[in-house]
Design a protein around this ligand. Structure first.
Ligand SMILES: Cc1cc2nc3c(=O)[nH]c(=O)nc-3n(C[C@H](O)[C@H](O)[C@H](O)COP(=O)(O)OP(=O)(O)OC[C@H]3O[C@@H](n4cnc5c(N)ncnc54)[C@H](O)[C@@H]3O)c2cc1C
Length: 522
């Protein structure tokens, strides 16, 4: 017999399946042989913290091995080919979906496989420079490979996010991501999952080419019919372009070849790093912090300041701030965390919404911008370069104590930080554009009042966070997902401006694969 129950219990009672079984026995008189958690969320709004659970209790019978039917990937080696440019979540999920639909994916990726890539990332600290083809943005797994692996998306509209989570589980992610309200995989586990996805593609007869950069789209009579990559022509009747938001050379290639794109709004700001125990104390309303049974605390903050949204972005509890530049003369920061989120610090992007029409505010010389559709890309580049100059042309990041940033003072000294290449004291309040720094300072003051202890000299503001989403949208038809003028070209994922995060990029990848199959009459 199976009982399905909704429970609201203490963290120590909800800690694992054994503690839930004990609770059911003592409080409900149910002697379950096994339990499975269907849904788990934390309610930390009050001093007493509860875990809300939906569980299935199995009495006298075994639970099923998995809660979903495994996806079947058949041999496609002799089937029509579709080129997929980019092996981020958009490209990888497009490739897997193509296989399900009976098409052969040929994936080309400018970076290295996920293991080799890790070595290049590790070299950033000692060498103080970034490999322009293998870094936190480029390489197998895309921008999401060395991340927190957060898998929640605000948008449920665009596709079936459960499918995406199930495919992650089928490739080695913890089944807990299917039940957690805020699932995440963690940077230590993601590479294995990504390798398993690649192995599925290869074992079905698909192709994956690393260190193979697409330099040109081949377009004949308004139809995409292939690419030039790694110096070679590759032909196919459909091309899924999933190159992510950092492939600035791709945007320039599109602009130079009059392939329709437009400037897209994004958000720019800083990373804010607190000691993790401080965030735990604030969020769990207790001097003891998270104690033994609770995970590192998360937060999510949003305000309107002077007509623009200011918000926390990609929060990494117990995580690290990382050097996320993808080329020379750039300093860019982002965040990642391991699966157990047990690091000493918690960080989050703190960003201000920028719209294309705001570009006028930034006083960038328009004569050097060949195409206004690239205006926000230029803004990103300009700020990342300023940051690099502040950092003495290294990968050290300019930083300031949070209170000094708010009060407009250079910090005499800095807090310890998880940012491995090192920090350098810099007056971010002064050199960052007023449009951004004034709003951030106002929001920090506001949030300091809302959350006692949040605005503190123990927190560090680190510059600069510019890669929150794509500065460009590649224009596509809403129905067919093909580029508005070039048939057979499917702009996909975050880089095309249709996703913002791992899950939404994956959903968009699947949709592009389905549209490519329709286009090829399958
Ligand atoms: C450090 C960090 C942490 C993050 N944490 C999270 C998180 O916890 N949760 C979340 O949802 N999102 C997170 N993100 C954002 C998330 O990674 C992206 O939204 C997502 O990866 C976008 O997927 P995509 O496939 O569209 O593009 P990408 O992941 O950017 O993939 C694009 C791929 O295309 C390749 N490529 C580019 N140009 C070419 C070319 N010319 N030829 C061949 N290949 C090319 C790139 O090398 C790259 O592998 C994080 C990002 C970073 C950088």
């Amino acid at each position: 017999m199976v009982h399905e129950l909704n429970l609201r219990i203490l963290p120590q009672q909800a800690y694992n399946e054994q503690s839930i079984q004990a609770y059911l026995r003592q409080e409900k008189g149910i002697k379950a042989d096994a339990v499975r958690v269907v849904r788990r969320s934390l309610d930390a709004r009050q001093r007493t913290i509860f875990v809300n659970l939906t569980v299935r209790a199995y009495v006298g019978e075994e639970p099923p091995l998995t809660d979903f039917e495994p996806y079947i990937y058949k041999d496609v080696s002799e089937k029509p080919a579709v080129i997929v440019v980019g092996a981020g979540p958009g490209g990888l999920f497009a490739a897997l979906r193509l296989i399900e639909l009976g098409l052969k994916p040929i994936v080309v990726e400018r970076g290295k496989d996920v293991r080799e890539r890790k070595k290049d990332i590790a070299r950033i600290r000692p060498e103080q420079k970034v490999d322009p083809e293998s870094n936190y943005s480029f390489g197998e797994g895309g921008a999401g490979a060395y991340s927190d692996g957060k898998l929640y998306t605000r948008s449920k509209k665009r596709g079936n996010t459960d499918r995406i989570l199930q495919i992650f589980v089928q490739h080695g992610a913890s089944p807990a991501i299917l039940s957690d309200a805020h699932p995440h995989i963690g940077t230590d586990r993601l590479p294995r999952v990504i390798e398993n996805m690649r192995n599925t593609i290869l074992s079905c007869g698909g192709e994956v080419h690393f260190q193979t950069k697409m330099t040109e789209l081949i377009i004949e009579e308004g139809r995409a019919c292939g690419i030039v990559a790694g110096g070679q022509e590759m032909k196919a009747s459909a091309v899924i372009l999933a190159t992510g938001h950092s492939a600035r050379d791709v945007y320039r290639h599109l602009a130079e070849n009059n392939i329709e794109i437009e400037a897209k709004g994004l958000a720019i700001g800083v990373r804010l790093e607190h000691p993790a125990h401080l965030i735990d104390q604030i969020q769990y309303h207790s001097k003891q912090g998270r104690g033994k049974w609770l995970p590192a605390a998360e937060y999510s903050l949003v305000s309107q300041v002077q007509g623009r949204g200011v918000y926390s972005f990609c929060m990494c509890p117990g995580g690290f701030v990382v050097p996320a530049a993808s080329g020379p003369e750039q300093v860019v920061v982002n965040g990642m965390s391991p699966s157990n989120r047990n690091g000493r610090w918690s960080n989050s992007g703190m960003v201000v919404e920028i719209r294309p029409e705001d570009f006028e505010q930034f006083k960038i010389d328009k004569t050097i911008i060949p195409d206004l559709s690239l205006s926000l890309l230029y803004l990103q580049e300009e700020l990342e370069r300023q940051c690099w100059l502040q950092a003495n042309r290294l990968q050290t990041a300019p930083a300031q104590r949070m209170t000094d940033f708010v009060n407009g003072r250079l910090s005499a000294d800095l807090n310890e930080s998880s940012y491995a290449p090192g920090l350098i004291a810099s007056p971010l309040h002064f050199w960052m554009p007023d449009f951004i720094s004034t709003r951030l300072r106002e929001a920090f003051k506001l949030w300091g009042k809302q959350k006692h202890g949040f605005l503190t000299s123990e927190a560090t503001v680190i510059g600069i966070e510019t890669r929150t989403s794509s500065p460009v949208r590649i224009l596509r038809d809403n129905e067919t997902l093909q580029h508005i003028r070039i048939s057979g070209l499917f702009p996909c994922g975050e880089g095309a401006g249709y996703a913002g995060g791992i899950v939404s990029a994956a959903v968009d990848g699947e949709r592009c694969a389905e549209s490519a199959a329709t286009y090829l009459n399958l």
